[in-house]
Every structure is written in structure tokens, then in C-alpha cells.
Design a protein around this ligand. Structure first.
Ligand code: SAM
Ligand code: SF4
Length: 326
């Protein structure tokens, strides 16, 4: 499937819930956001039906996200069912890791192709300050299990949100030294609450890391679905990666769409545009009708984000990352 600008779209991020068991300061307000009523959340059959249509149109890779995807009941069954959709080659998940200890083996048994754990610091006090929940130990145990069992490729996603030393980013990086775990830094995007946080740009962070670890050498040996650029460090088994939507805009090669938990097919992170699929499902629409909506949304996919623009502009997405699906 190509969009109106000729970009090949083969990757969908599916938000299976807008609920979360953490309250990361840059993603969700302390009191949470009003939850979408259960009746409006896509049922698994609906997600699978949309995925079958997407797969017939060239989608090959699925990322499960949220909110926190592991809080959605039945997530293991959904994972296994997605793996069985003809045409889907790769199903991965991004999780905060709170429930990983309980669900790791289930995810591996369901055939998940990779797990990404979001972890901004290893310091328990700071972790609690950032996430507003006392879950650092549970996440650490989940990670240890995932590393020790090694049944599924593992990545860490880390969002720099303060001075690198204060956040303990070198300790996070150390996770990549002794084992083949890749640590990726995601530049803070000005979406939702993220707009209120300082941006630690990739160049600055790379400079800091090189001053401590030695040269970071570009490499291309990590499989993945997106815009992450990887670097090797002498003595490290894993790679360090940078996903820098602000300082290294990658819209020209965007390969993705998003499906929100209430059935909206979003074609760009920063714009409120795409196709509302839930009403079509509820009205008993056919696969052909759904496909027509999807194709029209793809034809209209925006050229790129406007992260540099401070003032609100027409069509700007007002929802936060936990509602969009990261
Ligand atoms: N709850 C899961 C988790 O935390 O991995 C999945 C959803 S979360 C929205 C997906 C990813 O988006 C996380 O790695 C999170 O750190 C990141 N994220 C949230 N808000 C962000 C922002 N404003 N800029 C960059 N990354 C952000
Ligand atoms: Fe929840 Fe993930 Fe957002 Fe943190 S980043 S509040 S874990 S959805």
C-alpha cells in the first residue's frame, strides 16, 4: 500500500487500550484522562477484521501499544491471533514492563517477535517521580527475567527528560553492555504533556555518551520497523539507538499508520486526520467499505509533522500519547 505521496505503508501501531497502570509525567496527567467507555473500544474480532483488511493491502508489521497494552485482558490471545493473520509477518509490543514478569512466557508462547520495554531511569526514587507509581522493582524483575530467559529479542526505549546525568542515562545504557539488549533514546516530542518538557537533542546526548563510553559507530545490524539509527560501542553486546523525530525528521520515509483503541485509523501522529472505522463496523459495513475508507485516508496522509510550530494550527492533534498509542 502506498500513500498519496508514494510512501510505502507496511506498518501499523495498534493501541489496544487507552488505560495505563503508570502516569508518566510527559504522557498522562496524575489524575489520568477520562477513559473511553468499554462499548467504544474495539473488540478483538474488530481489530482482527481490520488487520486482515490491512494485511490484504500490504501491512506486514504490527506493533501492540496503548495506554499499557499488557493491562488489556486477553492480550496474549490477541497476539497469537494476529500472528495467524495471513500476510502479517511481524508482531511486536511496547510495554512499560510492570506486568512483564507475569506475562513474559505467555507473550513468547503466543509468538511475539520482539518486546520493547519503556524505561527512563533505573533509579527507583526517580522512577517513582517520573511515573508517579512505585513499580520500579516489578519492572526490574520483569526485565531480568526477559534478559535471563532470552526467548524474545528485547529493546529498551528511554525518553530523556532532564539532564542526562541526573536521569542516570549511563546506567540505562549499561543494560546493553553485557547482553544483546538494544537501548534506544527517543527524543521528547511536543505532543500532549510532552510539549512542556525540555528537549535533549540527539547530538547533545550522543556527545555526552561518547565522552564517557568512547566513539559511537553507526551500524545497520539491528532488525526493526522504523526510523531508529543504531550505533555500536566498543565492548557492548547491544546497540545504542536514537529515534529523533525533532532533530532528525523522518517523515519523508514514514511507513506507518496507527489504529486507536476506539477504532480511528490515524495517518499522522501530529494531525487529527485519518478514518473513523468504528462507526462503519457498528453500522454493519462491508470489508469493501472499510477498505475504501482506509485507502482514502492513506491518499490524504499528511506530508509530515510540524513540531517546530509553537502556535496551534488547523487540524493539530490535541490528544496525548497514551490516547494516540505512542
Ligand atoms: N505504555 C507503553 C509504554 O510506555 O511503552 C506503550 C505506550 S507509550 C505511549 C509508548 C512510548 O511512547 C513509550 O516509550 C513512551 O515513553 C513514549 N512517549 C510517550 N510520550 C512521549 C513524548 N511526548 N515524546 C516521545 N515519546 C513519548
Ligand atoms: Fe502509560 Fe506508557 Fe504513557 Fe507511561 S508512557 S503513562 S506507561 S502509556
Amino acid at each position: 500500500m502506498t500513500d498519496g505521496l508514494g510512501r510505502t505503508i507496511d506498518y501499523v501501531r495498534i493501541s489496544v487500550t487507552d488505560r495505563c497502570n503508570l502516569r508518566c509525567a510527559y504522557c498522562m496527567p496524575e489524575e489520568g484522562v477520562p477513559c473511553i467507555p468499554h462499548s467504544q473500544i474495539l473488540r478483538f474480532e474488530e481489530i482482527l477484521r481490520i488487520c486482515r483488511i490491512l494485511a490484504r493491502n500490504g501491512i506486514r508489521k504490527v506493533k501492540l501499544t496503548g495506554g499499557e497494552p499488557l493491562v488489556r485482558r486477553g492480550i496474549l490471545d490477541l497476539t497469537a491471533a494476529l500472528k495467524a493473520v495471513p500476510g502479517i509477518e511481524n508482531v511486536t509490543i511496547t510495554t512499560n514492563g510492570v506486568l512483564l514478569e507475569e506475562l513474559y512466557d505467555g507473550l513468547a508462547d503466543a509468538g511475539i517477535d520482539a518486546i520493547t520495554v519503556s524505561l527512563d531511569t533505573l533509579d527507583p526514587k526517580l522512577y517513582q517521580a517520573i511515573t508517579r507509581r512505585d513499580e520500579a522493582d516489578r519492572v526490574r524483575r520483569g526485565l531480568e527475567q526477559a534478559i535471563q530467559k532470552g526467548r524474545v529479542p528485547l529493546k529498551i526505549n528511554c525518553v530523556p527528560l532532564m539532564d542526562a546525568e541526573r536521569q542516570g542515562l549511563l546506567e540505562v545504557v549499561e543494560l546493553a553492555r553485557a547482553q544483546k539488549v538494544h537501548v534506544r533514546f527517543i527524543e521528547m516530542m511536543p505532543i500532549g504533556l510532552g510539549a512542556g518538557f525540555p528537549l535533549l537533542r540527539e547530538e547533545e546526548l550522543r556527545g555526552f555518551l561518547e565522552s564517557r563510553l568512547g566513539p559511537l559507530t553507526p551500524c545497520a545490524d539491528v532488525p526493526g520497523n522504523g526510523p531508529c539509527r543504531y550505533f555500536a560501542v566498543e565492548g557492548f553486546q547491544g546497540r545504542l539507538g536514537f529515534i529523533s523525530a525533532v532533530s532528525h525528521r523522518f517523515c519523508e520515509t514514514c511507513n506507518r499508520i496507527r489504529l486507536t483503541s476506539d477504532g480511528y485509523l490515524k495517518t499522522c501522529l501530529q494531525y487529527d486526520c485519518g478514518a473513523a472505522l468504528k462507526p462503519v463496523l457498528e453500522a454493519g459495513g462491508t470489508d469493501e467499505e472499510l477498505e475504501a475508507r482506509i485507502r482514502q485516508a492513506l491518499a490524504d496522509k499528511p506530508k509530515g509533522h510540524e513540531f517546530g510550530k509553537a502556535a496551534p494550527f488547523a487540524g493539530r492533534e490535541e490528544k496525548g500519547m497514551s490516547q494516540i498509542g505512542g
